[in-house]
Ligand binder design. Sequence first.
Ligand code: ADP
Ligand code: MG
Ligand code: ZN
Length: 537
Amino acid sequence: MYQALYRKWRSRTFEDVVGQEPITTTLKNEIRQGRPAHAYLLMGSRGIGKTTCARLIAKAVNCLDPQDGSPCGECEICRGIDSGSVVDVVEIDAASNNGVDSIRDLREEANFLPSLTKYRVYIIDEAHMLSIGAVNALLKILEEPPEHVIFILATTEVQKIPATIQSRCQRFDFRRIPSETIAARLLYVAGEEGFPLEPEAAQLIGRLADGGMRDALSLLDLCRAHSPEVTVQTVSQAAGLVAQDYLFDIADGVAKGELALVMDQIAAVGGQAVEYDRLCSQLAGHFRNLLMIHSSKKPEELIVCLPETLERYRAQAKDLSPSRLIRAVRVLQEAQSAMTRTSSRRTELELAAIRLCDPRLDQSPEALLERVEGLEAKLNTLLAQGLPAPAASVPEAEPSPPPRRTSPRPSPAKAPPPAPAESPSQEAVPFPQWEDVLERLGKLNPAARGALLGSTAYTANGRVLIASDNSVFREMMKTNEYTRSSLKKAIMEVTGVRYGVGPYSGPAPASRQEPPPAPVDAILQKAKEAGVPVDIR
Ligand SMILES: Nc1ncnc2c1ncn2[C@@H]1O[C@H](COP(=O)(O)OP(=O)(O)O)[C@@H](O)[C@H]1O
Ligand SMILES: [Mg+2]
Ligand SMILES: [Zn+2]
C-alpha cells in the first residue's frame, strides 16, 4: 500500500527532528535525567513537528532501552505505542466531540497507575479547541498532577489557551523550518527512497513550503507522482506554477511592442520545454495575474506564487494597462481554442503574439480601446507641450446604457450636466449582506471577487447596485456574461432572492472620498465622442 511520504518519514528520534534543535536538546536532557515535566505545551504552525515530538516524548519516557534521551523504537513498548496498542498512551483530538468526554473520564483514570508503562501520557492535539468544561477538568488535574502522568498539549493557536493552563506547562515554541533545512531533509528522503531530486528543485519546494515540513513532503509526493525525476520544472508544475522567467520575458516584449523579442522567446521555449498550447495557457494565466495586480487590493490572495514573484508582477503590471491585459487574456484564450481545431499550434500562438504586440492588426473592442488609450496618451503629451487644445465643441455623448431603465428619461436640456451612468432611484438602500455575497463569489469567480474587494452595494427596484470604483470590474460587468451570472448566483445563494445587478453611481457614501474616474469608462466615453465604433453591451 502506498504511504504518503510525510507519514512514512515521521522522525523516529529527536536527532531526526530537524530545525527545532533548542527544543529537542532540552527534551533529550530532561528525559535522560529521568525528569520530564508533568505538562508540556507545544505550539507553532502546522506541520513543523509538534505531534512528532509529542509521540517521541511518550515513547522516550517509557522506552525500555532509551538511546541518549530518544526512544529506541525497537522495544515492545516503543512498538506498542507506534501501533496504538499501549493503552497508557492516549491521543485525544480536542477538535472532535469525544475529546471533551475523554478529558472528563481522564480525571478519574489519571489517579490509577499505568498498567504497562512507567508514565501514562495524554497527548491532546488541537488543545485550543477544548471546551470550557474540558479545560476546567484539565486544570483540576494540572493543579495537582499525579507523579506518573504526563500531559502534552499541542496547538497552532496558543493565544486561545487559557493563561491558567499555560502557566502550568513547560512551553515550547516551535519555529518555522528554514527553507535550506527543508531542502536538505527532502534530499535525504529522496535519497533514501531512491528517486532523483534536483537540489534546485528541493530548494524551490523549501521556499514554497513556507517553513512547513509536512507541506514540503506533500509537495514532493505530488512532484514524484508527476514525473520520475523531480526537477524545478516538475515542482513549478506541481505547485500550479510555471518556471516563470520566460513568461515575464514574453510579457515584457508585449509591453514594449517588440514582436521580434516575443517571437524569439516563443521559439526558444515553445515546443521544447513546453508544448505550445501549454505555453499559451500559461501566458494567459500570466496576463491574468497582472490584471489581478491592477484590479485587486489584495492580489496575493488571488495569485499563487512566491513573494518575490509577486513583486515582479507588480513591477511588470506598471507597463501594461488593464485594457491591454484584458485584451491579452482574450487573444490568448481565442488562440487556445483555435489550437484545438488545428494541427499548427505554433502558428496560432505566433498569430496571437502579433495581435498582442500590435493592436492595429486587431479589430476587437479591446484593441480599439487600447488604440484610443494610446492616442489619448499622445494627445496629453502634445497638450503638455503647449499645443492649443481644440475648441471643446464635442457634445456630451450618452454614457453606456444601463442594462434596463425603468424610469422615463427626462428630455435633455440645452446644456445637460454630465449624466451619471445610472442614477439610483430614491429608495436605494445599503445592501447588508454584501460581504457574504463577496465571500460566496470568491468560490464561484475569484477574479470578480478580487476586483470587488472594498466595494459596497445598495438595493433598489429588485436590483443590487454595486458601488465600485474599480475599472476592471466595470469592464468585466459590461463584457463578461460570466461575471454577471456568477454575481447573480452568489446573491441568490446568500439571500434566496433573484436580484438583477447593476452599477451604483449615486452619491458616494459619506465617509468615502469621491472615487477617481474609472479609466476604462473615460476611454469608452472618449471613443464614442471620437466616433470610434466600440461595441460593448
Ligand atoms: N521538524 C521536523 N523534522 C522532520 N520532519 C518533520 C518535522 N516537522 C514535521 N515533519 C514531517 O511532517 C509530518 C507531520 O508533522 P507533525 O509533527 O504531525 O506536524 P504538526 O506540527 O502539525 O503536529 C511528520 O510526519 C514528518 O514527516
Ligand atoms: Mg499535529
Ligand atoms: Zn524503546
